[in-house]
Design a protein around this ligand. Sequence first.
Ligand SMILES: *Cc1c(COP(=O)(O)O)cnc(C)c1O
Length: 523
Amino acid sequence: MDKSKAYNFKSTSMSDNISEDINIKFKNCDINTSVNIKNDENKSIDMEAPEFKDFAKEMVDYIANYLENIRDRRVLADVKPGYLRPLIPDAAPEKAENWQDVMSDIERVIMPGVTHWHSPKFHAYFPTANSYPAIVADMLSGAIACIGFSWIASPACTELEVVMLDWLGKMLDLPNEFLACSGGKGGGVIQGTASEATLVALLGAKAKKMKEVKDEHPDWDDNTIVSKLVGYCSTQAHSSVERAGLLGGVKLKLVPADVNNQLRGEALESAIKKDIDEGLIPFYAVVTLGTTNSCAFDKLDECGPVGNKYNVWIHVDAAYAGSAFICPEYRYLMKGIETADSFNFNPHKWMLVNFDCSAMWLKDPNWIVDAFNVDPLYLKHDQQGSAPDYRHWQIPLGRRFRALKLWFVLRLYGIENLQAHIRRHCGFAKHFEKLCSADQRFEIVGEVQMGLACFRLKGTNELNELLLKRINGRGNIHLVPSKINGIYFLRFAVCSRFTKSEDIEYSWKEISESASEVLNEKN
Ligand SMILES: *Cc1c(COP(=O)(O)O)cnc(C)c1O
């Protein structure tokens, strides 16, 4: 049914521009409704610029105050599920409110339910980035508010991103083949998250292998080929890798990591060989540099050549630890990078660029571009081909102007200060290791790498579960656990850019006191 025919729009005196009578008749219903909408078209409904300036300046003051005093807040939110609903009305306001009332509700409604990720007392998960230059850049991005899906949709949005990924790639000393400035096929793109990068790489690898197999077996149909495809990662890989397999509709196998939680070339090769023998088609392998459980580094210099030998796409997931490669002394951990097809890390984790900014490089983006290319007329433009149309490099169509925050951070910190940030965090983890190792009740689990120290009380898993519960229950610091091969341990991640060595000592004292309490109660 053509909906326009069901409505009878009768407009009175459009010329006086003051009021409009809209008479809507629902022909298919028995009711006959008349709605009289009065609308003063000259009266602004928007917040005006002078008010915006006051509001925004107040917010900037609030933000600076919040962050500079974040250490004094309870790191872990102390609320029960459902705490928020009773604090605000049941429905949206009919009439506009004033911004002062909104501001005053932040402390009342929001802050009690915030876990303060940027507190020096936050040691859970991995860091997420936060810096003033990135916050300001996001304000500008919000103002320009373009959707940069193609070059013509906002040339600066695409072009700054191309150059920033070259800057960043050079900072990590990535092989030239990954950089757009090399003049080859390679280049970088900002994805929202590492999980998306893993999925995008998997889909590119899948498209590539499908084409190769079809060239060889023109009589095989798509379903037959897809059912034979198999990808790999280690048992220590992030859960998003297994998920990429599910989303991509292909098998993804977990290959056992070695005693140091690293994926080794031999293990990968024997898995690949076994699958080939069984008639499967290996196409993709994820090598993790800096695992989420314990910050272990897969042996890229062993796995990469195996991937190349069997024509298996190698994707490197360095979500957290990749930021450390801006420091030359850590680059030995990415040895073999020239064998990779794609590489990804999150400046939004450890390089002071606020979420979301996940940097991904591809040696040959055409596999991804072709895999995702559906080109409707309204998205075509004359300059197609002279600059990347990033919509083909990612899953969504829309994309924000995220390169701005990278640009601001790189310029306003400089490589030198970003390196200092990384080195300071690594030093703090070592400081924690010393404190922990000096206490006979505790043991360090594995090697302390980057800004993460894994540890446990000598004794049962149950004892360590009690310890963690006690630590988080006291609410002064926040940690999360992990488990490898049945051994439960606690993860101490250095997260805040405000962290000082006194903070590490404070956190250690919390852990040590909690341990005393738990051990006393046991005995
Ligand atoms: C954090 C992490 C991820 C997930 O990152 P997102 O950007 O949140 O998707 C993936 N892999 C590793 C190794 C990580 O540490």
